[in-house]
Each structure stands twice: as structure tokens, then as C-alpha cells.
Ligand binder design. Structure first.
Ligand SMILES: Nc1nc2c(ncn2[C@@H]2O[C@H](COP(=O)(O)OP(=O)(O)OP(=O)(O)O)[C@@H](O)[C@H]2O)c(=O)[nH]1
Ligand SMILES: [Mg+2]
Length: 280
């Protein structure tokens, strides 16, 4: 009968099976521990889609529509609300097909300027799950400068938050998947509603103007003193004032824009965007 070879390590005899088991333990245990720790590092539920946007835009109405399949009266939100929805919530109107393959969470946030930190924090905290952001806006009020400014300022903050999260994640070894953002131009049932192409141009122009003002302010305040903090305030390419959806891609910001109406139930495009984002 053949005997297994024995090795001598630090003066102790060690048989081949013991040596193999020890080596496997040294290699495999840290890998398993690493996986457990990273999967447990997310706080709150996974598969979250965030609803953000100015007040009265229709965020809560959209959430309730996806839940109940009808327009339900709402009140101004003062706290965030998170609901778990079945995959069928994203199936196209009149169809039983699942729009997505798994249940997901929708997080509604208040649009009041003083309460916007909830949405921003959900994006900035890399420990929070956020698979996509739906920025709901009211397409029927963008003929007044005050509403354009409010709508664009909040969007600027959100895009900056997405850019920061992407930059932080890219530095570490964790996933660097960009968070996609859908600009959902709601209330297109109203005759004053602007078409999405017009809104798209308007937002890019306003964002560029806002960026220019911020860059000028930073330069005036003494460039070079706090370069890292200063760059945190600049959306997209720091060398230019121009903001375009295309140009933001390399900063981890992927934007789509689509019109719709919760009131008319015309939200199939938004549903398929959400389904694609959850299945990505
Ligand atoms: N005409 C029209 N009205 C809508 C539509 N969607 C929502 N609304 C109405 O717009 C108003 C505001 O809707 P909400 O869903 O409460 O808006 P919100 O974005 O949650 O607002 P905050 O909670 O204040 O941030 C409500 O009176 C809705 O019935 C739509 O597609 N068309
Ligand atoms: Mg609300």
C-alpha cells in the first residue's frame, strides 16, 4: 500500500491532504468574508429607484399610479416614502407581461427646496442602493423664469451628486456603474405643456448658465486655495461652461428625457426605462 508524501514545515511533519486543506483555507476564507462584508455594506433595501423633482410635479401621483393603476389625490409630501412594488407594476398598460423580472422599491421624496436633502443623500451615500433616478418635472409651468430656475437648480444638485458618487466609487474597488437619470416631463395632457425636445434644450442652456455663474463665483473667490472643494461644485468638464447630456456621460451621468402624463396614464415609456434600469 502506497503512503501519502509528508512534508516538513518549520520542523513539523505535515501530510499532503493537511497541507492542501490549509492552503485552501488561507485563500478561500478571506474571499468568502470579503463577499459577505461587501454585500452587507448596503443599508436599506436593494433595487431602489428614486423619485425626485420640484414640488407639485407629480412624484407621489406617479408612485400611487404604479401601485393602484389610477390617479389618486395627493398632498404635498413632507417626508420620504418607500414602497415595494411587484414586477407587474412596470408592465405596459393593458398588458399582463412583467415589465421587469423582480420586485423593486420606489422612493418618493419631497420637492420642497428645504427638504431636498433626502434625495441628494440617497445618491451621495455609496452605502444606499440607488439603481436609477426619475426626475419628475411639470412640463406645463416652464414658461415662467422662476419655475425654470427652480427646476434647473434642483436638477443641477442631483446631477452633481451623481457625479460625486461616481467619482468616489471609481476611486475605490467597488462597482463604478453610473446611475442613470430619466427626466420625466409630466403633465403633457395640459395645453401649456412644452414638448420634451424643447425642455431638453431649455435645461441644457439653463444648466450651462448656472455652471458659468458658479465657475465665475469660484474664480472670484480665489482659485487655487481649495481646489478639491471647488471642483466638487463644478458639474461636468471643469474647463468649460457648456453642459450637454452627451458631455456628462464621461462623468458617470447618463440622461434620458421623455414626456408623459400620470393623469392620462401615459407613462409606458417611463415604465420601460425603469424596467431596463432594474434589469441592467
Ligand atoms: N394635469 C395633470 N395633473 C397632474 C398630473 N400628475 C399629477 N398631477 C397633479 O399635480 C398635483 C401635484 O401632484 P403630486 O404627486 O402631489 O406632486 P409631488 O411631486 O409629489 O409634489 P411634492 O410632494 O410637493 O414634492 C396633484 O394635484 C396631482 O393630481 C398629470 O399628469 N397631469
Ligand atoms: Mg409628493
Amino acid at each position: 500500500m502506497s503512503t501519502l508524501p509528508t512534508f516538513e514545515i518549520l520542523g513539523f511533519p505535515v501530510s499532503l491532504p493537511i497541507l492542501i486543506i490549509s492552503l485552501l483555507a488561507v485563500v478561500i476564507i478571506p474571499i468568502i468574508l470579503g463577499k459577505l462584508l461587501t454585500s452587507g455594506s448596503k443599508t436599506g433595501p436593494s433595487s431602489v429607484i428614486l423619485l425626485a423633482g420640484p414640488r407639485d410635479a407629480g412624484k407621489t401621483s406617479l408612485l400611487l399610479y404604479l401601485q393602484e393603476k389610477t390617479l389618486i389625490p395627493t398632498q404635498t409630501s413632507t417626508t420620504p416614502a418607500i414602497v415595494k412594488l411587484p414586477p407587474s407594476a412596470l408592465s405596459p398598460a393593458g398588458s399582463e407581461d412583467d415589465g421587469s423580472t423582480k420586485p423593486f422599491h420606489l422612493k418618493d421624496t419631497p420637492g420642497h427646496p428645504k427638504l431636498r436633502s433626502t434625495a441628494i443623500n440617497t445618491i451621495i451615500q455609496p452605502t444606499e442602493s440607488c439603481m436609477g433616478v426619475v426626475y419628475v418635472l411639470d412640463s406645463a409651468v416652464l414658461s415662467t423664469q422662476a419655475r425654470i430656475t427652480d427646476t434647473t437648480e434642483y436638477l443641477y444638485e442631483l446631477l452633481l451628486a451623481i457625479q460625486k458618487r461616481y467619482a468616489v466609487l471609481s476611486e475605490s474597488n467597488t462597482s463604478t456603474e453610473p446611475i442613470p437619470l430619466l427626466i420625466a416631463c409630466n403633465k403633457n395632457d395640459l395645453f401649456t405643456a412644452l414638448p420634451s425636445t424643447k425642455i431638453s434644450n431649455l435645461l441644457q442652456t439653463e444648466l450651462s448658465r448656472m455652471k458659468e455663474t458658479k465657475r465665475k463665483g469660484l474664480l472670484g473667490a480665489g482659485a487655487g486655495e481649495n481646489d478639491d472643494e471647488d471642483l466638487d461644485l463644478v458639474l461636468g468638464d471643469e474647463a468649460s461652461d457648456q453642459i450637454t447630456w452627451e458631455g456628462l456621460k464621461e462623468f458617470g451621468v447618463e440622461i434620458s428625457i421623455q414626456s408623459g402624463s400620470v393623469k392620462s396614464g401615459n407613462i409606458d415609456g417611463w415604465k420601460s426605462w425603469m424596467a431596463a434600469c432594474l434589469d441592467a
